[in-house]
Design a protein around this ligand. Sequence first.
Ligand code: MSP
Length: 662
Amino acid sequence: MPEKKTYYITTPIYYPSDKLHIGHSYTTVAADCEARYRRLKGYDVMFLTGTDEHGQKIQKKAEAKGVTPQAYVDEIVAGIKDLWALMDITNDKFIRTTDDYHVKAVQKIFKKLYDQGDIYKSEYEGHYCTPCESFWTETQLVDGKCPDCGGNVEITKEESYFFRLSKYQDRLIEFIEGNPDFISPSARKNEMLNNFIKKGLEDLCVSRTSFDWGVPVTFDDKHVVYVWVDALSNYITAMGYGSDDDSDYKKYWPADMHLVGKEIVRFHTIIWPALLMALDLPLPKQVYGHGWLLLNGDKMSKSKGNVVDPVILVDRYTSDAIRYFLLREVPFGSDGSFTPESLIKRINADLANDLGNLVSRTAAMEIKYFGGAMPEAKDRLNTEADDEVIGMLSQLSKTVEGYLDQLQFPLALTEIWKCVSRLNKYIDETAPWILSKNEEDKPRLAAVMYTLLEGIRIVSILLEPFMPKTPAKIWEQIGLEAGSDITVWDSAATWGLYPAGAVAKKGDPIFPRLDLEKELAALEEIKQAAEAKKEEKKEAPAEAKATDAKAELPEGVITIDDFAKVKLVVAEVMTAERVEGSEKLIKMKLNVGNAEKQVVSGIAKFYTPEEMVGKKVVFVANLAPATLCGVLSEGMILAATKGKKLTLLTIEGDLPAGSKIS
Ligand code: MSP
């Protein structure tokens, strides 16, 4: 038997956020629709999604919650997996960048690039915001201040590894121009070429030392790999690249389709191909940058209200209805708009009225006029209306496949709905209720019913990739079975397979009509209840939850999470001097790895300033600043004391300043 053709499709891996909104599910639903279609066409499909779990932001959020980053992401990732299950997503693999096999493979990739000279060590110079521990470029600053906290920034240097992105500029241009479909739609290709690549690529900073929630660089462990290098690699590490079993990599790579939102096309069409070129690996066949689902014309965010919470929407309206909305509403490649009104109107107009009515009216008439069982009638179709309907429905599968081959989901659905409308019009034109009145019109009535049932069969099969649960509901009402020869995908290409003798059954409406006003009021109520809950949480002291959890601990005992909040690092004393007017205090400048800090410490009776210079001490880096004798102290250094004795905690050996102590 010839081997099946493979089709490897990916979504971006998602940042773990408990604020995923309906817009986020757009990429995944679109990729799922394409994956389902390819499976129905007989491809051996690999559909990959996952989560992008490293980075400073996650580390900070975990710290703020008082939990370890791993515990923080574990909980959220479980929620993301549940969401995909709720939306009937059929990914074949789910990768987490915290998976051990991924971490090891990224380390190998980084080392290989370093060994071959594509990664080199240098210094990253930028603006540094100490409270936020973030580097910013000149253009990212807002009025010269930190864009996150609005505070002052200082120019600072951080030792970093760099990837020779500039070396790949010409090869990238050549590749993109030689493979016009690599970046789609083509407007995005022009944007990448003209606004970015041809303007000149600079080498890319690919490691960080200012936080440690990332993949450690094996040969220099104060560095962690830049999150985008870590994240992009998932597309090959998930297939086993860099592991003992790379059979999936050999089978599926290069990917056929990286489906991504427009804002991250840049990473996928510049950094990613350059990394692959450096690794001497084949490039993916296509990166498709889709548009955004906007909320009332604005960027969506869950903080704008619960109307965009996908769990609430799916629970209330079913995953098929939400999938339909997403795939129908956003012209693929451009932006689309979401409002509760637009969702409810689409459900009512397209699903309840057009499709739902077609199915329920047809089944009801078949039951009423023929006791449900279809008589032999297909050879009696001979009117102009019959010909038009047969012509449209015979072509439908080819047209839909043509659009699905190019990820044009709304166009495919539009074609299907043209047929749904044509069938509804056919009911009005043929007026079966009049035909039913005369016995001699019965053969014509049977022919009309046949056209409707066969039309519905073809439409229902083609709906499967978009709305996986709906076809079976329709089949039940028109007397067909899932898995039979006449409900498989390819059978939609042939007109005339609906069998005589099939028995229609009355069923519930496949999409009940919604009362717009009531729904809007209900959604508003849900939103307000959620907001009230949020307020309640805000009012309750932040520590309440943590205190509850610790209720059983003896007094004075802390948890490992409490301890993890204290950030201890190795600091080297650069300068030291007595604080004027104080017998006890020494003021020191410390090198803490990526910045310089000033501390004031009460050690003057035990150490001279000269003795202090060059010592490596333990520094508490995240202590709120304080002023001692009018001098700013940005942390503290640790010492052991007993009675009148005091000894500083110092670090032996050659651990560099900035090394983490845990
Ligand atoms: N972690 C990166 C991707 C790394 S891939 C190597 C990331 N994650 S994300 O969670 O922010 O986004 C995941 C996907 O959701 C992206 O494709 C993004 O475009 C998509 N969307 C997020 N909001 C969206 C809308 N409002 N509308 C449509 N898609 C949007 O980026």
